[in-house]
Design a binder for this molecule. Structure first.
Ligand code: BTN
Length: 249
């Protein structure tokens, strides 16, 4: 069984895993925490996990890929998380929202934050930390009031509680398997499956650009590099590298 560290409480498992990776922790090593006090989300947002009820973990990967390919790992990890849960709950309609969100029945159930370190001049390989936050055993009232209309958990969706460590091993296995496919068969193989789970495809969405401009456009799905394409009302196709995208109401 792959090695991991299970902490009762920490600031951010991504920060812990990053520090351990810098000290040489191996590919596949994971950090899992029951309580995370300063969880980080994408775009500098915070990730709040209800204490003791979620899967809050970070897995170190040392991909056999050029560093320029590392941004694609967010999609690879999202697919891995989705597939792990589909195996456990075949009847639940999980989907992926570009670039890093796991959804089910219109609500967010989990998210991915990948943080990467490039190879060094001293010859050290690059690595990435795949942070996964998944709402597992929370009830609706466990979420902050402002999240109660947008969030869900595996327990709310399925009616059953899960053992967090078992879930961690399932997700860990799926991540390393998807990463192996990415390395051996290429990103196109990941994208083929990712696109089938794309919840934005064809929908009208609002894109908040990094320059804080709001663009309303139809989502065309990720291109071959994993960047989201979207067509605005004038017919212009935008290639979205970053920024926030939301379904338009
Ligand atoms: C997002 O939805 O924006 C991504 C959320 C990722 C949260 C996870 S929880 C475990 C790991 N540690 C962190 O600080 N963040 C990630």
């Amino acid at each position: 069984m792959a090695k991991f560290l299970h902490l009762s409480s920490t600031q951010s498992t991504n920060d812990d895993a990053y520090a351990l990776a810098r000290q040489g922790a191996e590919h596949g090593f994971g950090v899992l925490a029951d309580i995370q006090l300063a969880g980080k989300g994408r775009l500098g947002k915070a990730w709040y996990s209800t204490p003791g009820t979620g899967l809050t973990c970070s897995i170190i990967v040392r991909p056999k890929l050029p560093f320029i390919e590392f941004p694609k790992l967010t999609l690879t990890a999202g697919l891995a998380l989705c597939k792990a849960l589909e195996g456990l709950f075949p009847a639940l309609p999980f989907g992926l929202k570009w670039p890093n969100d796991l959804y089910c029945r219109g609500r967010k159930c989990g998210g991915i934050l990948v943080e990467a370190a490039p190879p060094t001049h001293a010859g050290k390989e690059g690595f990435a930390v795949v942070g996964i936050g998944l709402n597992v055993n929370a009830l609706l009232e466990d979420f902050a009031p402002e999240l109660q209309c947008r969030a869900t958990s595996l327990r709310i969706l399925s009616g059953v509680s899960q053992d967090i460590e078992s879930l961690y091993h399932r997700v860990h296995g799926s991540l390393l398997k998807c990463l192996g496919r990415h390395e051996d068969l290429g990103f196109a193989d990941i994208l083929r499956e990712w696109r089938r789970r794309d919840i934005l495809l064809g929908k009208t969405m609002k894109w908040l650009t990094s320059g804080r401009k709001v663009i309303v456009a139809q989502a065309l799905g990720p291109d071959d590099n994993g960047q989201l394409l979207a067509r605005d009302a004038s017919g212009k196709v935008h290639e979205i590298l970053s920024g926030d995208v939301q379904l338009a109401e």
